[in-house]
Structure formats: structure tokens, C-alpha cells
Write a protein that binds this ligand. Structure first.
Ligand SMILES: [Zn+2]
Length: 342
């Protein structure tokens, strides 16, 4: 069984003309309904994350600031991160929804899950939101799983094209959470270099795979097979959380990678196999980026079909890009050396 969460009131968090707007999810929802796949999935409710869940990751003063900005009608956290009157409530319900989805998977009511949520979260720092992100959903969910389900070791996989700087910062000195990110580099938000590997007891528990512009399916899959899998086997996580951003797609307007929907499906299959191997299949994905409105709905539908073993396979109206994508064997060898994996 595959479970999902969806929060219809995400529409209250939107800003005309901004790439991270409500159409990303309403278009996706419309396609999922038309497809019929939702009838075979388990829907989980969104309830607000409580203060303890939020402050396990975020500074209480920042959470209060976010509430105040919403209460006063909205504003900007930085040049590209907006807050509306409804954003605080949407962000609380989104974070709580992901926690509920984690509970559903960790108690065995579903094997895996996907959170159809926005705003995204992986750029949100403990002390301040940024990069379209208000609350660090995946980090809050990791702390929730540790507290509620007693997990000592969590793995967070981030395949959004941007580096998950907020997630990295949250767990940088923490050996209980292995953070693995593939991203375009150098690029927004500027972090994610190969030498950012963690600090103190968390040294080695941050793995960055920075790729230049132009890489595609082969590079992402090789990073998962050659770097993530041996590192995950060594770490032995009890739950895998995925920051699933789809902005590495070759038609995405916000970056220059060349991943296809088939490539995303192959990554999900690979992560499911890893989860099966190390943690009884427990895999919870949450939406991060993805800004082409003709691509994102099909990428999410295809992910849900793979997660739920749907025999119809993927849904891809746009296909694969021309060319093979850049060779990354030298870059991967460097990451493996840095982490003692070769
Ligand atoms: Zn992104």
C-alpha cells in the first residue's frame, strides 16, 4: 500500500507570477484525479505540526516571526520567499501532514508514501526561511520519526536540482541523520561542495554530489548506485526520507540538468530497492521543487505509479532530451574517495 497526503488549502500560499505558486499542485492534483490512481492509494490527513515538532528543528523566534508576518497580512522573508496571510497555517499543516505520513509508514499501515505538499522545505534554515521554503518539512519529519518511533538512524536523500542547504545545516553535526544530496553546482543556494561532509560527531554523515550543468539520468542514477547505496548500507538507516524535487528535469525553467521522467522513475525504483534492503521498504517522499507545469504533474504521477507498483508504468508526454548528458565518472570517484567508499 502506498499512502499520500494532500492539503487543498495550499492555494492560500501563492503569489502571482512566482514560479512556486499554487498551480504546481493544483495541476498535479487534477492529473492524479483524472488518472484514477488516487482510488488505490491510502489518503492521510494533514493536521498542524505542534510547537515541539517545529522547534526540534527551528528557532522558536523564527516560528513566531513567521506567525506574525502571516497575522499581519503577509510579507517577504527574502527577495524570493513570500509569506501570505494563510502561509503560516499552510506551512504548519504541511509539516504536520508529512509527520502523519511518516507515522503511517512507520506503523506499517503503508509501505511507502508521497507528500503532495507545498511550500517546499529543504532550503529553510533553522533560524530563517529562504529559497521559497518556510519550514524545513523533511528535517521536521526526521526529528519526528526519531522521537515518535525511536529510530536511531535516518537517511535523507535529496534529488532536487538545488542543494538542500537547510536540511544539511540542521543535521551537520549530527551522526544520527545521513544526508545525501545530488545537485547542480555551483548554483543556488551556493552550498553543497564535495568538501562539506559534516562536523564534529556528524563528520562523514553529509554526502554532497555536486554536478555541473548538463548532466542527466545516467549521472543521477550512477550517484545513487555508486555513492548512496554503499554509504547507506554502511549507515544502516531505519527509515528513508526523500526530498523529491523535479527541477532537474530537462524542461525545467529554473536549472540546467537533463533528467527525464523515466530517469526519476528509475531513481524511485532504485530507492525502493534500497529501502527494501535496509529498512523493510520504509520510504517517504516529499515534494520539493519542480517548476514546469507540463512536467511536474506527470513526474509526480509516475512516481506514485512506481511507488504503488502500478502496472501501467510511467506517464511521460515529453520524453528524453537529445544527447547523453555529461560524463561524471571523475566527479563520482572524487566523492567516493572523500567518503572512503572506494
Ligand atoms: Zn529546487
Amino acid at each position: 500500500m502506498t499512502a499520500y497526503v494532500y492539503l487543498p488549502t495550499h492555494i492560500g500560499h501563492t503569489f502571482p507570477g512566482h514560479p512556486e505558486n499554487h498551480k504546481r499542485l493544483t495541476h498535479t492534483w487534477d492529473l492524479l484525479e483524472k488518472d484514477g490512481i488516487l482510488d488505490r492509494l491510502l489518503r492521510v490527513d494533514c493536521t498542524p505540526a505542534d510547537a515541539d515538532a517545529l522547534t526540534a528543528v527551528h528557532d522558536a523566534r523564527y516560528v513566531d516571526l513567521l506567525a506574525q508576518i502571516s497575522a499581519s497580512g503577509g510579507g517577504m522573508l527574502d527577495a524570493d520567499t513570500y509569506v501570505t496571510e494563510e502561509s503560516y497555517e499552510v506551512a504548519l499543516l504541511s509539516a504536520g501532514g508529512l509527520n502523519n505520513l511518516v507515522d503511517t509508514v512507520c506503523t506499517g499501515r503503508a509501505e511507502n508514501g508521497f507528500a503532495l505538499l507545498r511550500p517546499p522545505g529543504h532550503h529553510a534554515r533553522p533560524v530563517h526561511g529562504m529559497g521559497f521554503c518556510l519550514l524545513s518539512n523533511v528535517a521536521i519529519a526526521a526529528r519526528h520519526a526519531q522521537k515518535q518511533h525511536g529510530y536511531a538512524r535516518m537517511l535523507i536523500v535529496d534529488f532536487d536540482v538545488h542543494h538542500g542547504n537547510g536540511t544539511q545545516e540542521t543535521f551537520y553535526d549530527d551522526s544520527s541523520v545521513l544526508f545525501f544530496s545530488i545537485h547542480q553546482y555551483p548554483y543556488y543556494p551556493g552550498s553543497g561542495d564535495i568538501d562539506e561532509t559534516g562536523a564534529g560527531t556528524g563528520e562523514g554523515a553529509t554526502i554532497n554530489v555536486p554536478f555541473p550543468a548538463g548532466v542527466g539520468d545516467g549521472a543521477y542514477l550512477a550517484a545513487i548506485e555508486e555513492v548512496l547505496k554503499p554509504a547507506a548500507r554502511r549507515f544502516d538507516p531505519q527509515l528513508i526520507l526523500v526530498s523529491a524535487g523535479y527541477d532537474a528535469h530537462w524542461m525545467d525553467p529554473l536549472a540546467q540538468h537533463q533528467v527525464s521522467i523515466e530517469g526519476y522513475a528509475a531513481m524511485i525504483r532504485s530507492l525502493m530497492a534500497l529501502a527494501e534492503e535496509v529498512c523493510d521498504g520504509r520510504l517517504v517522499c516529499t515534494l520539493e521543487g519542480g517548476y514546469n507545469l507540463d512536467v511536474l504533474p506527470h513526474a509526480v504521477l509516475s512516481t506514485l505509479r512506481v511507488l504503488s507498483g502500478d502496472p501501467r508504468g510511467i506517464s511521460d508526454p515529453v520524453g528524453v532530451p537529445h544527447g547523453k548528458g555529461r560524463d561524471v565518472s571523475v566527479a563520482l570517484a572524487a566523492v567516493k574517495r572523500r567518503h572512503g567508499l572506494s
